[in-house]
Design a protein around this ligand. Structure first.
Ligand SMILES: Cc1cc2nc3c(=O)[nH]c(=O)nc-3n(C[C@H](O)[C@H](O)[C@H](O)COP(=O)(O)OP(=O)(O)OC[C@H]3O[C@@H](n4cnc5c(N)ncnc54)[C@H](O)[C@@H]3O)c2cc1C
Length: 247
C-alpha cells in the first residue's frame, strides 16, 4: 500500500514485484520519498517478496536520495532484477505442510522422540506450532538428558516424555481439534450467525480480555462464567448438532 505520509493512503497497492515496478513509474513522488526514507521498500521486498538480493541492491541507493532521481534509480534496480528473474528456472519445490489433525498418538520409541510439527504438536484451530513445539521440546530435552545420564534409551524410559507433554498440552490440542471439527461442520451462514451473536452479546470482548490464543481449551472454561458466553456456546452446539455435515 502506497502512502504519502502516515494515514494518507494514495489508494494504490502493489501485489507483486512486477506490480511494484509498474507502480514506481506513476506513483506520486512524495509517496516514493516517504516509503524509501523509512526503509519500507527494502523491508517489503526482503520480508514479503523474499528477494534478499534485490533488498540489498535497494539498500545501496544512498539514504538521502529523493525525488525523480530516486524514482529512476528504483525503477532501474527493480527492472534489472525483473529481467534476471525472467531468465531463471524453477529447480525445485519446497513446501512446509502444517499438520492439523491433532497430536500423534505415539511420539516415542526405542532411541526416538518426535517433537514439534513432526509430532503434530500444532494448534488444530490456527496451525500455530511455535509455543507448543517449544514447550514439548523442553520436555523432550529434559527426558533425553536423563536418558544420557543413565545410558538407557529404551522406549520404557523415554515414555515419560509422552505422558509429560500430554499433561502439559494434550487437553488443549484435543479440545482445539474438537472445536475445529465442529467449526468445519458449519455452513458459512451458520458460522456468520455464531460470530454475529458473539459480537452482539459482547463475547468477542470477553474472549479478547480473558482468552488465551495458545490455550484455547482452558480459555473456554474460564470465559464460560461471563454473561452471554453460555448463550453463544449453546447456540454453537445446537448449530453443530443440527448441521448436515456434522463431524
Ligand atoms: C507460513 C507459515 C506461517 C506460520 N505461522 C505461525 C505463527 O504465526 N505462529 C505459530 O505458532 N506457528 C506458525 N507456523 C507454524 C510453525 O512455524 C511450526 O509449527 C514450527 O516452526 C514447528 O517447529 P519445528 O521445530 O517442529 O519444525 P520446523 O520449524 O519445520 O523445523 C524443522 C527443521 O528440520 C529441518 N529438516 C527437515 N528435514 C531434515 C533432515 N532430513 N535433516 C536435517 N534437517 C532437516 C528443516 O529444514 C527445519 O529447519 C507457521 C508455519 C508456516 C509454514
Amino acid at each position: 500500500m502506497f502512502y504519502q505520509s502516515p494515514g494518507e493512503f494514495t489508494g494504490k497497492n502493489a501485489l507483486s514485484l512486477s506490480d511494484f515496478g509498474k507502480m514506481l513509474r506513476f506513483i506520486e513522488v512524495q509517496s516514493i520519498d516517504f516509503h524509501f526514507s523509512r526503509g519500507d521498500f527494502r523491508r517489503w521486498i526482503q520480508l514479503i517478496i523474499g528477494d534478499v538480493d534485490l533488498a540489498i541492491r535497494i539498500n545501496r541507493i544512498p539514504q538521502d536520495a529523493r525525488g525523480e532521481k530516486l524514482r529512476n534509480d528504483l525503477i532501474r534496480v527493480v527492472n534489472e532484477r525483473l529481467s534476471e528473474l525472467k531468465k531463471s528456472r524453477h529447480t525445485y519445490t519446497s513446501v512446509h505442510p502444517i499438520p492439523m489433525e491433532g497430536p500423534l498418538p505415539r511420539t516415542v520409541s526405542d532411541g526416538f522422540l518426535a517433537v514439534g510439527d513432526a509430532a503434530s504438536q500444532v494448534k488444530p484451530t490456527t496451525g500455530g506450532g511455535v509455543i507448543f513445539g517449544l514447550t514439548c521440546a523442553q520436555i523432550a530435552g529434559e527426558v533425553a538428558c536423563k536418558a544420557v545420564d543413565v545410558q538407557n534409551f529404551s522406549e520404557t524410559l523415554l515414555s515419560s516424555y509422552q505422558s509429560l507433554w500430554k499433561r502439559m498440552v494434550g487437553f488443549e490440542l484435543n479440545t482445539m481439534l474438537r472445536m475445529r471439527k465442529m467449526l468445519d461442520s458449519l455452513s458459512d451462514r451458520r458460522l456468520d450467525n455464531v460470530i454475529g451473536l458473539c459480537s452482539r452479546l459482547g463475547v468477542d470482548n470477553v474472549l479478547e480480555k480473558a482468552g488465551d490464543l495458545d490455550f484455547q481449551g482452558r480459555s473456554l472454561i474460564s470465559v464460560a462464567k461471563y454473561p452471554g458466553t453460555a448463550a453463544v456456546i449453546s447456540y454453537f452446539i445446537f448449530s453443530w448438532l443440527t448441521s448436515a455435515t456434522r463431524q
